[in-house]
Design a protein around this ligand. Structure first.
Ligand code: AGP
Length: 614
């Protein structure tokens, strides 16, 4: 999750920008930078890796002066963060500077075109193609607005940008394409602000405009104009923010959990960012330290985790066995330690942990390492204990997850397992180049598919109001969707305190079906895959016993309406990635039930965000 701040007015821009970035500190940092248009008319830049305090120290030594500026932070990025990859990025001839949030999926081909025209790149980032292309258009005689518009039209993927140029020392431009994090305009008295999140600028103004996707804004210190990408003005509503800074960290959301559910398209972009070469269908996981020898030596994978992370592992098993042909077990970390696990140098143990500090998971990791296993982890909190003890790790890059109920960490950990399965599959010679390309291509659409599900939030809220009085729920799934059934049940019970059980649908007839009657709603994962007909059969068995069935189904499947009472439709998704999309309706359903019941959604009773005790 990146933090972006821009300012134009009479104050020292550097102080406003860095102060705003500090307000976004809950997002964490791996690098930060600020650029101003100095009095001499040139762009001046300061960038540092690590915490924001490093940049502040640099600015103490070498302050910046100017009344227009932009700044940026990155959090838990992949690979070794470096100064040359930190934002802001300046164009080759120093006319333009940009900060960016999102992923330019076609950056490699754009970079090749620009290099063929003689542009010299300084960094390895996708962002730099934006700033270089804007300058190319400026040098061809275009205005700054036209140069930015023509550039944005060529970008594939979800992106948010802020642009500053020596050609227009009185203007900031910004734009939002898709769900790459927000762009908020702060409207001051003879000063204007831009930020990726409300807290960054709440100290200066409470009058805000939120850009929609495919909108652009031009700001001077006295005025702002919002347009579409064709330059046509659009009406943008001004919101008066009444929140205090802490609640403002929730942005326009009521709870952190709600905010984090809606951050998932961005989080999915961030967890893929810089790890996938969409042009050539390749996956890069530098922190995993994988080699062909190691990948071929591993003969068994044991996934260990707790709670939601364990359910993520249940889905991951299908990915590792289907893509990498790697026999995979999934164990509760709290149990793993007490059975006599069979581990040797051919065993890899993969810990999945959002916090990286869960006591049961860490203890299981230590045991596995002592027994000679190769220890890997998938972690959201980079720098946590789990990343320090692992031989290799993958940061989820979901941004800090504040709500106790895990949401974006779950979906990003699914994608990280998918990436690891692809990387291992290639190194083990288990997956063809053609299939690997298809698997990578399937990833590109995932953030948009997740965004489509979020667009139906009002339907899940209505359904929650229909069912919030129920005392028991049953969640049924088969195959990879069994993991979704388990996770969906946990989401409901941990924030609404309604008893819910996730169960393999095929197991119902072996006993639990005795529970079903009109007082126990059944949530059935019935999206179209190779087990669809089996799921329909299970749904019919539940209906035959007066069960009330809510199905998660694939858009366009009208037949299922005849078999069920309610349907949550989701877009068709490749089977191994279906859990990412299929879980989101269940997250939102649980959230709205808990809100309807007046529960403390972000801090449910008896729970903690990180269980650091056994
Ligand atoms: C999930 O919503 C809960 N917060 C809980 O089950 C959590 O997933 C579990 O405690 C594991 O936490 P970790 O991923 O930080 O290790």
């Amino acid at each position: 999750m990146c933090g972006i701040v821009g300012y134009i007015g009479s104050r020292e821009a550097s102080a406003v920008v860095v102060g705003g970035l500090k307000r976004l500190e809950y997002r964490g940092y791996d690098s930060a930078g600020v650029a101003v248009l100095a009095q001499n008319g040139h762009i001046e830049l300061r960038r540092d890796v690590g915490k924001l305090s490093n940049l502040q120290a640099t600015l103490q030594e070498a302050p910046l002066s100017g009344h227009i500026g932009i700044g940026h932070t990155r959090w838990a990025t992949h690979g070794a963060p470096s100064q040359r990859n930190a934002h802001p990025h300046v164009s080759m001839n120093g006319r333009v500077v940009v900060v960016h949030n999102g992923i330019v999926e076609n950056f490699l081909s754009l970079r090749e075109e620009l290099e063929a025209e003689g542009v010299r790149f300084e960094s390895d980032t996708d962002t730099e193609v934006i700033v270089q292309m804007v300058e190319r258009y400026l040098e061809a005689g275009e205005s700054l607005e036209t140069a930015v518009r023509r550039t944005l039209r060529q970008l594939k993927g979800a992106n948010a940008v802020v642009v500053m140029s020596i050609d227009r020392p009185d203007t900031l431009l910004c734009a939002r394409l898709g769900n790459a994090g927000g762009i908020t305009l702060g409207l001051g008295q003879d000063e204007m602000f831009i930020a990726s999140d409300i807290p960054a600028i709440l100290d200066y103004t409470r009058e805000m405009v939120f850009l929609e996707s495919r909108q652009m804004a031009r700001l001077t210190r006295h005025a702002y104009v919002v347009t579409d990408l064709d330059g046509r003005p659009v009406r943008a509503e001004v919101h008066s923010i009444g929140w205090d800074p802490v609640s403002a960290a929730k942005g326009e959301f009521k709870h952190f959990m709600q905010k984090e559910i809606f951050e998932q398209p961005q989080a999915l972009i961030d967890t893929v960012r810089g790890r996938v070469d969409f042009e050539n269908g390749r996956v890069y996981l530098p922190e995993m330290n994988l080699t062909p020898e190691l990948a071929q030596r591993i003969q068994k994978l044991i996934i260990i985790a707790c709670g939601t992370s364990y359910y993520s592992g249940l889905a991951g098993k299908f990915m590792f066995e289907s893509i990498a042909r790697l026999p995979t077990e999934v164990a509760y970390a709290s149990e793993f330690r007490y059975y006599d696990p069979i581990i040797d140098e051919g065993t890899a143990v993969l810990a999945i942990t959002q916090s990286g500090e869960t006591a049961d998971t860490l203890a299981a990791c230590e045991l596995a390492k002592e027994m000679g296993a190769t220890l890997w982890s998938i972690v959201n909190a980079v720098g946590s204990q789990s990343t320090r003890i692992s031989h290799g790790y993958i940061p989820m890059q979901a941004g800090p997850e504040i709500g106790v109920a895990s949401t974006k960490a779950f979906t990003t950990s699914l994608v990280d397992q998918y990436l690891l399965a692809c990387a291992l599959g290639e190194l083990r010679g288990a997956v063809s180049a053609a299939r690997l390309r298809q698997l990578v291509d399937d990833l590109a659409q995932l953030p948009n598919l997740a965004g489509q599900v979020l667009d139906h939030d009002d339907e899940y809220e209505a359904m929650a109001w229909h069912f919030f009085k129920a005392h028991n729920f049953l969640y049924l799934g088969r195959g990879i969707n069994y993991a979704v059934a388990r996770e969906g049940a946990l989401k409901l019970k941990e924030i609404s305190y309604i008893h819910a059980e996730g169960y393999p649908a095929g197991e119902m007839k072996h006993g639990p079906i005795a529970l079903i009657d009109e007082t126990m709603p059944v949530v059935a994962l019935a999206t179209q895959d190779h087990l669809y007909d089996k799921m329909i059969s299970q749904i019919q068995q539940a209906k035959a016993r007066n069960g009330v069935v809510l199905a998660v189904a694939t858009e366009g499947d009208e037949a299922i309406r005849q078999e069920t009472d309610y349907v949550f439709y989701v877009p068709a998704t490749p089977p191994l990635l279906a859990p990412v999309v299929n879980t989101i309706p269940l997250q939102l359903f649980a959230y709205h039930v808990a809100v309807r019941l007046g529960c403390d959604v972000d801090q449910p009773r008896n729970l903690a965000k990180s269980v650091t005790v056994e």
